[in-house]
Design a protein around this ligand. Structure first.
Ligand SMILES: [Mn+2]
Length: 190
């Protein structure tokens, strides 16, 4: 599991342990291990077999100063200022890239600048809520957009070294998988 600005508390191993223990008693330790034997990290680097290339997975708030350095202060503002303001006066959080277009562009720009500097590092991120699926030859910045929607999930899948943007949704009580973009062989982004 990768943490982002909304769950940065999981940076702390003690917090993770405390949360997990809220849901499981000692007797359920096997169940706990099956369900929660996951590592909580800031990023994952997937090495691509037989190449010197890799795919970096991050939440994306690392390119967002207010949401990375001041995440605690921002969390406080979201809870006690922006959420009530949005509810009552339709005033949106100006530091959220999901709700503020200028901030979204700024975050994307910063990420892309970093990717260029780092030998066109392939990146998959979230945070901005804007899906991105580049064509081969473009800068390899992928974004799954806003993962959870009322009736669907949008995500990025990698299978047999091919990448695609997909939607899982419930249609007439059936779960349907739709490919929105791809599948494109990852090597076309090297
Ligand atoms: Mn975020």
């Amino acid at each position: 599991m990768l943490w982002g600005n909304h769950d940065m508390v999981f940076k702390d191993k003690n917090v993770v342990e405390k949360w997990i223990n809220r849901f499981f008693t000692d007797k359920q330790s096997k169940e706990k291990k099956n369900l929660f034997d996951v590592a909580f990290n800031e990023s994952i680097l997937l090495d691509i077999d037989g190449t010197d290339k890799s795919i970096l997975l991050i939440h994306g708030h690392q390119a967002d100063f207010m949401n990375y350095v001041f995440w605690k202060f921002n969390r406080f503002l979201v809870r006690y200022l922006w959420m009530p303001l949005q509810k009552n006066f339709a005033i949106k959080d100006p530091t959220s890239p999901a709700k503020n277009h200028k901030n979204l562009i700024r975050v994307e720009k910063k990420l892309k600048k970093w990717m260029l500097k780092n030998n066109n590092q392939i990146v998959i991120a979230g945070h901005t809520h804007r899906p991105r699926f580049p064509q081969p030859g473009e800068l390899p910045y992928f974004n799954d957009g806003s993962c959870v929607h009322p009736k669907s999930i949008i995500g990025i899948e990698i299978e047999n070294l091919e990448i695609s943007l997909i939607k899982w949704e419930s249609v007439n009580q059936k779960i349907v998988r739709t490919v929105l973009e791809g599948a494109v062989p990852i090597e076309l982004y090297f």
